[in-house]
Design a protein around this ligand. Structure first.
Ligand SMILES: Nc1ncnc2c1ncn2[C@@H]1O[C@H](COP(=O)(O)OP(=O)(O)OP(=O)(O)O)[C@@H](O)[C@H]1O
Length: 596
């Protein structure tokens, strides 16, 4: 049983409750950036962002004071001080706006650094110990790619936005509530038969209207949140279909399925469009309600302060300052209360990301012990391969010993478990029981039926992580010639999608050539020459068999390939039997094909 050893590892993960695991993951998302060696970048940036936020709110409060003084000077025709206040107003206003934009820039930088860190860690955890393979094979998580690319971004921007927005709103509420307390007057009203008197009429008006506005918007907004989430889902479905058409272009073209695919795309597009229209209708309603509320909140402080102005208890500047403070307080209160939709969207993304993380951390159900020893032999004993959710075993092998230089072929009917056995040897199939030991110092290379050729030049694809030295280039050229791809030597530096350009048989030859850039001690082939004609397959096998130190384990169906091996593991009725192969010695082939 293996637990992924990653920067996110935690012991006995599966024994913890889901809530614990979620909180742990949230702690990791925050701690992996702010408590890691990145703290030297993270904390100064965060403190700078907070300073700018608080400074901006504080300066805005000062700006409202200057604004008041300016209007008071106008009211009392005190012309001499007007230029000074006007300059101060422009200077402080410019500073507020500059700080706001600089703050947004810094927040974006911090958000991107944080997102990058978490994406790197999640990707590392996903790719470590072949977790991505087990998760895909068991179909445990859908669209892992989308979760890494999209949900990390949404979670970071959501968590950061909620944190910064809440602090800014709380500070703003404190400052502008204090300011409005000074402008408020006593008011008496009746509520549920009780007479209530408060000294803070303007403050009360701001809180009550904000709560009411939030209630209305929240009611309508819940539907919008659902529509937003559905939109993401529909967009994801559309992307998935388009990617799958691109990936399976040839199969679709041969099957003449383009009309069906077109219909699938049109249906997915239609779901995107209809949901988008519903989303837009709801957005218009919400914007309309918000505009009305905001107009009302602009007029309300005037309604409350004008009688005091008329009675000479307030200046014109007081009215202007009160109105501005009232609007800022209302929008801060409303923001704080409207945080719920943002929270629910962030929570939905967090949940999706957590499901992936959880799947990565969960150890595989396993009974097969794979270990590495100092022995040169590969040894299999008491092996039982099972399928998920099925009690009847797929395949049983009592004892199987593979000595260095052995050439084994695995045969059996389709679906008998040949590839599954190879997966078990590679540590990619652990369901069952028994033990497999592999030589610890041997280089083992597995070749599936079709190789993985990501975008790149042929030289990059061949060398993988090795540096492209002159010797390495010569070796690649020689191997391409050995495996009958001499025409590719001139194209070593050409990049592109070689999976598309090369025929399956050429891809198989390329994979064999690539395998010998770092020559393996044990080469395991899963029908890795199935796309070749008999002569070419024979010749390539002759090349492999001519390497006496190379241990070869091949899955093959064709008798000519089977005959080339000196030992055979045959699977029938769920049981493996070991034997020598037919007497056709590969030696004659070797002599005629020694140089391919
Ligand atoms: N992830 C899985 N979940 C459930 N069943 C699986 C899974 N992977 C393989 N199987 C089943 O295990 C059986 C053996 O599959 P395997 O690929 O090993 O057969 P094979 O002998 O290599 O077949 P072929 O010669 O056609 O390649 C098949 O019935 C297959 O459907």
């Amino acid at each position: 049983m293996t637990t992924p050893v990653t920067s996110f590892s935690v012991s006995a993960w599966e024994t913890r409750s889901r809530s614990f695991r979620k909180i742990y993951f949230l702690g990791k998302v925050v701690g992996a950036f702010f408590l890691s060696k990145d703290w030297k970048k993270a904390w100064p940036l965060l403190l700078l962002c907070l300073g700018i936020q608080f400074g901006g709110v504080y300066l805005f409060a000062i700006e409202t004071g200057i604004n008041k003084a300016l209007f008071d000077a106008l009211q009392y025709k005190n012309i001499a001080v007007i230029p000074r206040y006007a300059i101060e107003f422009v200077a402080v206003g410019s500073l507020v706006y500059s700080l706001t934009y600089f703050g947004v820039y810094l927040e974006n930088v911090l958000g991107m650094l944080w997102r990058n860190k978490i994406s790197v860690l999640v990707t590392e955890a996903w790719l470590s110990n072949d977790r991505f393979y087990f998760i895909e094979r068991a179909e445990r998580v859908e669209n892992a790619d989308q979760r890494i690319a999209e949900d990390v971004r949404l979670v970071i921007s959501g968590v950061f936005g909620i944190f910064m927005g809440s602090l800014r709103s709380l500070y703003s509420i404190a400052i502008f509530t204090a300011l409005l307390v000074r402008r408020s007057a006593p008011v008496t009203f009746h509520l549920f038969g009780h007479e209530i008197t408060t000294r803070y009429d303007i403050v009360l008006a701001a809180y009550v209207t904000s709560i009411l506005a939030t209630g209305i918007i929240f009611r309508i907004g819940r539907k919008l949140t659902r529509l937003n989430m559905r939109q993401q889902h529909y967009e994801g479905d559309l992307r998935f279909i388009l990617v799958s058409v691109r990936k399976h272009a040839e199969q679709i073209a041969f099957m003449a399925r383009s009309r069906i695919e077109h219909l699938r795309i049109v249906t997915a597009l239609s779901a995107v469009m209809h949901n988008y229209f519903a989303q837009q209708r709801m957005s218009v309603v919400i914007s309309f309600v918000m505009q009305i509320v905001s107009h009302f909140q602009r007029v309300l402080p005037l309604v409350l302060t004008i009688p005091r102005y008329m009675a000479g208890r307030m200046t014109y500047g007081d009215i202007m300052q009160t109105q501005s403070a009232f609007q800022t307080l209302s929008s801060s209160l409303t923001w704080l209360m409207q945080m719920y939709p943002m929270y629910s969207e962030t929570n939905a993304s967090f949940d999706r990301l957590f499901v992936l993380f959880d799947a990565i951390q969960m150890p595989e159900e396993t009974g097969i012990a794979l270990s590495h020893t100092a022995s040169d032999d590969v040894s299999v004993s008491g092996l039982v391969l099972s399928l998920p959710g099925k009690s009847a075993p797929l395949l049983k092998i009592g004892h199987w010993e593979i000595a260095p230089g052995d050439k084994w072929v695995i045969t059996g009917a389709s679906g008998s478990g040949k590839s599954t056995l190879l997966r078990a040897l590679a540590g990619l199939w652990q369901i069952g029981e028994g033990a497999i030991t592999l030589p610890q110092d041997a280089r083992i290379t597995f070749l599936p039926q079709l190789p993985y050729l990501p975008h790149g030049t042929l030289l990059e694809l061949m060398l993988q992580t090795q540096p492209p030295s002159k010797e390495a280039r010569e070796l690649c050229a020689d191997l391409l010639c050995q495996f009958r791809l001499s025409w590719l030597v001139a194209q070593l530096d050409i990049g592109g999608d070689w999976n598309q350009r090369l025929s399956p048989g050429e891809q198989q030859r390329f994979a064999l050539a690539r395998a010998f850039v770092s020559p393996p001690d044990i080469l395991i082939l899963d029908e890795a020459t199935s796309g070749l004609d008999q002569n070419t397959a024979d010749a390539l096998y002759a090349n492999l068999l001519a390497r006496p130190d190379l241990t070869l384990i091949s899955v093959a169906h064709t008798p000519n390939i089977v005959r080339l091996h000196d030992r055979r593991l045959h699977i029938a009725n769920g049981t493996a039997t070991l034997s020598e192969t037919a007497p056709t010695s590969p030696v004659s082939l070797l002599s005629s094909n020694r140089k391919l």
